[in-house]
Design a protein around this ligand. Structure first.
Ligand code: 5CA
Length: 442
């Protein structure tokens, strides 16, 4: 993408309403714009990040055998009356009436709808277990939307639902999902620690929330540094193997982590000092096991091996996809702007042409840009170098390739690492190789 043509409205002024870094940076870098309180339009660069996150979530959910569906955002009030949650959910639910006076709502979550779908299709225990997910917009009329996309009213969520024949199966589904979450957050380049949690309006008895460490987090957190050390993408745990899931369950039960609400000082003080990690966290995921709460309330049964009908056991599993965009920035930025982890960055690198019109600069930039124009952000604007440097730091792609007239004449470019600020001058072909660019035309 050529920056001269991109729809990327950056802001010079720090927006007054934005209280935290991620909100300020998302507005300043031109990732989102607020359209009404707690509701945001995603602009091209922001949308690319949102999609990258969703894609990693999708790959890892598929990898544990979950199947993707897409349910509507609008649901009928009657569906929610069957579970008893229509009244119980309260003013956070956006209630709507259609032209025939029928009551609808904009879904804040989808337990009822998926349970109904499941019930209309599955007849026998032989069709269990089932694991379904979607990535869809939700609406919760939060009393105080704030911190930008972090606590929005309309937000993008991955929600998954499991159906099992018995308690043991349901617990396996729960830990299979937990393993998938640990892999997802690792791939997203953040440390997210699972912590035992309360269940709130979703209900149930077993629940963990996943918190990303960031100083502006809403909860205080305490955890064992082992959580930082494990690379879950490399862990030899097979989501299909019940013994591996038991190992994970054991590890979670014995490796300390707690929000301030559940903190146990006595257990904490048994940990060696150098293993204690303390800070604040942002909730980016939440998983629940709630047994037959919804299947029973809604009268959903399948037939068992003995021919007797029974209500399947359920769990539900959320990830705040749009919240993660803010949470990743909270965890990874400096005074100059965002520092994207490679896997979610909106483009591979910024290409800074310091003198458009200069023959050598244009030639070197053209060669690099031509290798992957969809995924390179090419600053070809006729702006001062300082403006280009500032904008590139603000948007925070992991690498910047800086092309000035003197070095370009000698076939050299400068490679800047956004995270460390380190700059190295090297031949064009070598820079392309380091950036993983193939098909360079020189
Ligand atoms: N039905 C369950 C699991 S699918 C559920 O709704 N869980 S939840 O309420 O915990 O939401 C799941 C995730 O959505 C949260 O962990 C959080 O990351 C995200 N989320 C919740 N409310 C908001 C909000 N107002 N703005 C942005 N993200 C939110």
């Amino acid at each position: 993408m050529r920056l001269s043509q991109a729809f990327q409205p950056t802001l010079k002024e720090v927006p007054a309403e934005a209280q935290i870094a991620s909100h300020r940076l998302m507005l300043r870098a031109g990732l989102v714009r607020q359209t009404s309180a707690g509701i945001y339009a995603w602009l091209p660069a922001g949308l690319r990040v949102l999609r990258n996150i969703a894609q990693i979530v999708r790959e890892e959910q598929d990898a544990i055998g979950a199947q993707e569906v897409l349910m509507p955002t609008l649901q009928s009030a009657d569906l929610w009356r069957r579970s008893g949650r229509y009244e119980a959910y309260g003013p956070e639910m956006l209630r709507i009436e259609d032209r025939h006076g029928r009551e609808l709502l904009y879904g804040p979550t989808n337990e009822e709808m998926i349970t109904d779908l499941f019930g209309s299709a599955v007849r026998s225990y032989k069709e269990l277990p089932q694991l379904l997910y979607q990535i869809q917009w939700k609406f919760r009329d939060e009393i105080r939307p704030r911190f930008g996309v972090m606590r929005g009213r309309e937000f993008y969520m991955k929600d998954a639902y499991s159906f099992d024949a018995d308690y043991e199966g349901a617990v396996r589904s729960y830990y299979r999902m937990m393993l998938s979450y640990l892999r997802i957050f690792r791939r997203l380049g953040v440390v997210a620690v699972p912590m035992a949690a309360d269940t709130g309006p979703i209900g149930g008895e077993l629940s963990h929330e996943f918190l990303v460490m960031a100083p502006t987090g809403e909860s205080g957190v305490f955890y064992d540094s082992d959580w930082d050390a494990i690379d879950w993408t490399q862990a030899p745990l097979d989501p299909e193997n019940p013994q591996d899931l038991e190992k994970l369950q054991h590890l979670v039960a014995t490796t300390y982590s707690a929000t301030d609400e559940k903190h146990d000082v006595q257990v904490w003080e048994k940990l060696p000092l150098e293993k204690r990690r303390e800070g604040r966290g942002i909730e980016v995921g939440h998983i629940f096991y709630f047994g037959t709460k919804y299947t029973e309330a809604m009268g959903i049964e399948v037939s068992g091996p003995d021919g007797q009908p029974f209500a399947p056991q359920m769990g539900s599993y959320g990830i705040g996809v749009s919240r993660l965009v803010g949470a990743i920035i909270e965890a990874s930025h400096d005074e100059n702007g965002i520092i994207w982890p490679t896997e979610v960055a909106p483009y591979r690198f910024s290409l800074l042409n310091l003198r458009p019109g200069d023959e050598a600069c244009d030639r070197v930039c053209g060669a690099l840009y031509g290798a992957d124009p969809d995924n390179i952000l090419y600053d070809d604007r006729s702006e001062r170098a300082g403006v280009k440097f500032n904008d590139a730091d603000l948007l925070g792609l992991p690498w910047q390739v800086i092309v000035g007239p003197r070095s370009a004449k000698n076939g050299l470019v400068e490679l800047k690492n956004r995270a460390t600020g380190e700059r190295t001058e090297l031949p064009l072909a070598e820079a392309a190789r380091q950036l993983g660019l193939t098909g360079l035309q020189t």
